[in-house]
Write a protein that binds this ligand. Structure first.
Ligand SMILES: O=C(O)CCC(=O)C(=O)O
Length: 295
């Protein structure tokens, strides 16, 4: 029996590769996360370059601080960590990929009013293929997200198709040329909803998001996770520091030493691009931009 999703929501996710659930996280938690973001902004005022906690927009200065991403926010904020381990987030994921769940990574993408950076079209699976594809990302919508403030967009059904070319000039660029891949932006669906909603997208679905040119922030936390019997394959960028660290990332249920292997299309996410770091840096190797650049 599902814990929280209806059979039609589960069927929708399986066919389309995404889901939006409105009103999933209470206002009190959303407000506490907004207070944590103010703390990160204070940290950024003292920074001149990105570090392993905070990724800055190219246009950042300490006087006009601009955060692009807070890295691994669950390690920097108890509120973000507690929410990740709560049923608000885990119950719908258990309904989709089973009771035993492991963390892949977390990130808080800021996309601030007026200048928030775009994310080029890509499949998360191109960065990190695993032994099976019960891998997904839960997006916590912190500000009302609509068409104007750069929502996440997905191309429905692509989670069942191929893994497209994410290389450019012989290096991994973490981004696709939609047209060259035979896809059309008109097929894309925006994952919009009021603050406190969550989106869920499959690791193989094609997705991206435009610049935020509106006067409103669009902040979202991604909790990326997978079934516990899902192991990284060589040639991916998924984190692997040994079994102890891997098992420390169990979020609920039990770990296993028996990977479930399901054939899925894959590509090797190497050689390295010249710019290392977050997806925004890696995607600079693409050259041509689908959504324009931040000023
Ligand atoms: O923040 C967004 O809209 C998209 C983020 C994304 O796809 C990613 O970080 O992999």
């Amino acid at each position: 029996m599902p814990e929280t999703l209806t059979p039609s929501q589960i069927e929708f996710y399986e066919c389309q590769g995404y889901l939006i659930i409105e009103g999933r996280v209470p206002d009190g938690i959303i407000n506490a996360i907004r207070a944590e973001i103010s703390r990160f902004q204070d940290m950024a005022r003292k920074m001149t370059e990105s570090d392993d906690r905070i990724d800055l927009e190219d246009s950042h200065t300490p006087d006009a601080p601009r955060i692009r991403r807070v890295k691994l926010p669950h390690t920097q904020s108890e509120v973000v960590d507690d929410l990740m381990r709560s049923d608000h987030i885990l119950a719908p994921v258990r309904d989709l990929i089973g009771p035993d769940l492991r963390l892949q990574t977390t990130k808080l993408n800021m996309k601030s009013a007026g200048f928030g950076a775009a994310v080029e079209w890509h499949q998360d699976w191109a960065f990190y293929p695993y032994t099976n594809d019960d891998v997904l990302a839960v997006g916590l919508i912190i500000d009302d997200m609509d068409l104007e403030n750069g929502p996440l967009m997905v191309i429905p059904g692509t989670h069942r198709g191929e893994i497209y070319n994410h290389h450019h000039n012989g290096v991994f660029a973490g981004a696709m040329d939609l047209e060259a891949c035979g896809l059309d932006v008109k097929q894309a669906v925006p994952l919009i909803g009021p603050a406190g909603s969550i989106s869920i997208h499959h690791a193989r679905i094609v997705h991206g998001s435009a610049l935020n040119t509106s006067a409103r922030d669009r902040r979202i936390i991604f909790y990326e996770m997978m079934a516990a019997d899902t192991f990284p394959v060589v040639g991916g960028r998924g984190k692997w520091e040994g079994i102890e660290e891997f098992d420390d990332r169990i979020l609920c249920g039990s770990a296993t030493l028996e990977p479930r292997v399901v054939p899925c299309p894959m590509r090797i996410a190497f050689p390295d691009p010249p710019e290392q770091g977050s997806i925004y840096e890696v995607q600079k190797a693409m050259g041509r931009r689908s959504f324009g650049v931040v000023r």
